[in-house]
Design a protein around this ligand. Structure first.
Ligand SMILES: [Zn+2]
Ligand SMILES: [Zn+2]
Length: 424
């Protein structure tokens, strides 16, 4: 007993001293620690608990509470329109100290990164779409319908812009999306609590300037027009508790962003690959490289100039393949026009924002991670919504009662239920 007490006390003490010494070299930390001199190093000595979470240099999703005045931004898609293992397409999660969570864009490939945040789907019910390019909402259907299986029990609310004509607007696109997935919806309605399958679409004018499109629980979101390929793209500004987050989506440099992003704590704006890299790395023609890289999108130099005009506490460039051989050139080009605080985003980059500090880290990426199970109680499915098989398909089923019966017996015995197979 005595030796156990000593070990516990040592761990706690080591944790406390460790907090103060974390920025120092490891050898110095061990040498200066009174614990190190009092207790010889052993397998038991190295502390695994007691290190304050605020000192962790890696973010472990689902492991850190936010302070009431804190905003956490997680980059869940920072790449180009074509996804790749390292970078999904556009998606940004904003979590606030009041418990609210918001997704800005749900581009192709981002759903797995959302799931990896260990947030129950019920808490991810607000999505803002900057425009209707597939790299900004390509995973919406997966997130919407996948969420019903993962027990989202509240409607999924989506805000998106109108277009110049109705068929270019968010409402039209999402009406068609629901039609496109009518078979999928029909298969789920009678089998699971389907309240999370309801879509609430809030369309707002793409050309409104700094008008409020969301105002709940002390959080205000405004939209401003963006300039990107055709009319109908927007940027977003979220304000809460004196903190200001700006998400540009895709846009050519424009006067609305420069005016209304001013005062931002974190200003995110696209920063495409320079045209020369689009040619050499991606096989664009010089003309395509210039048109796509500096006219439909913003090049690093254009991004830098916008940041110089906005002067955010932190400027964040995204929307390019960020690698060891591209980042230095992108950064050099940004620095031609901007000398302020800068982050070039990667998937799983995390920003903890308070009035005093902006801390940037990377997440620990865990391929074994599972989405979070639900926290709320489910209703039984509405079996009246179940669509029966035809006699033809029924005639092909092998009920295998001697195989399936024991499976049902096992569950009924374990959970005290009386469930019977539908196939008999
Ligand atoms: Zn786009
Ligand atoms: Zn894009």
């Amino acid at each position: 007993m005595f030796s156990k007490k000593i070990v516990i006390a040592t761990l706690v003490t080591a944790g406390l001293f460790g907090a103060a010494a974390l920025t120092l070299d490891v050898d110095i930390r061990v040498k200066d620690s009174p614990v190190a001199t009092a207790t010889p190093p052993s397998a038991e000595w190295s502390p695994t608990t007691g290190v304050p979470k605020s000192e962790l240099d890696v973010y472990y999703p689902g492991s850190e509470d936010l302070n009431p005045d804190e905003m956490r931004i997680v980059a869940l898609g920072t790449g180009q329109p074509s996804v790749r293992p390292k970078q999904a397409s556009a998606c940004w999660l904003v979590e606030l100290g009041n418990g609210d969570k918001f997704l800005f864009d749900v581009g192709s490939g981002c759903h797995e990164r959302i799931a990896a945040q260990k947030i129950p789907y019920d808490y991810l019910d607000k999505v803002f779409l900057s425009h209707l390019h597939v790299d900004h909402y390509g995973d919406l259907a997966s997130f919407w319908l996948g969420g019903t299986v993962m027990n989202r029990l509240t409607p999924l609310r989506i805000w998106g812009p109108t277009g110049a004509t109705p068929e270019y607007g968010t409402k039209y696109a999402l009406d068609l999306m629901q039609k496109m997935y009518v078979w999928d919806v029909a298969t789920r309605m009678g089998f699971v609590d389907f309240r999370g399958g309801v879509l609430e679409v809030h369309e707002f004018p793409y050309d409104s300037v700094n008008n409020v499109i969301y105002d709940e629980n002390g959080v205000v979101v405004r939209s401003i027009p963006a300039i990107h390929t055709i009319d109908g793209a927007v940027s977003f500004i979220l304000e809460w508790n004196g903190l200001k987050f700006v998400y540009g989506g895709d846009t050519f440099p424009n006067k609305w962003y420069v005016e209304h992003a001013k005062g931002a704590d974190v200003a995110i704006h696209e920063c495409f690959l320079p045209p020369t890299l689009l040619v050499t790395k991606q096989g664009f023609t010089p003309s395509e490289g210039l048109m796509v890289g500096s006219q439909a999108h913003s090049s690093p130099e254009q991004f830098g100039k916008v940041m110089s005009l906005v002067k955010p506490r932190l400027g964040v460039g995204y929307h390019f393949y960020n690698d060891f051989d591209t980042a230095p050139e992108v950064r050099d080009r940004v620095r031609k026009t901007y000398s302020g605080p800068l982050a070039l985003a990667l998937d799983y980059m995390v920003f903890n924002v308070t009035k005093d500090d902006i801390r940037v880290r990377m997440s620990a990426v865990d391929e074994e991670i599972w989405p979070s199970p639900p926290l709320k109680k489910k209703n039984p499915p509405d079996t009246s919504k179940m669509i029966p098989f035809s006699d033809f398909i029924r005639s092909g089923a092998l009920a295998l009662p001697k195989v399936v019966g024991p499976i049902f017996d096992e569950v009924n015995e374990k959970y005290g239920t009386k469930i019977e197979p539908t196939w008999k």
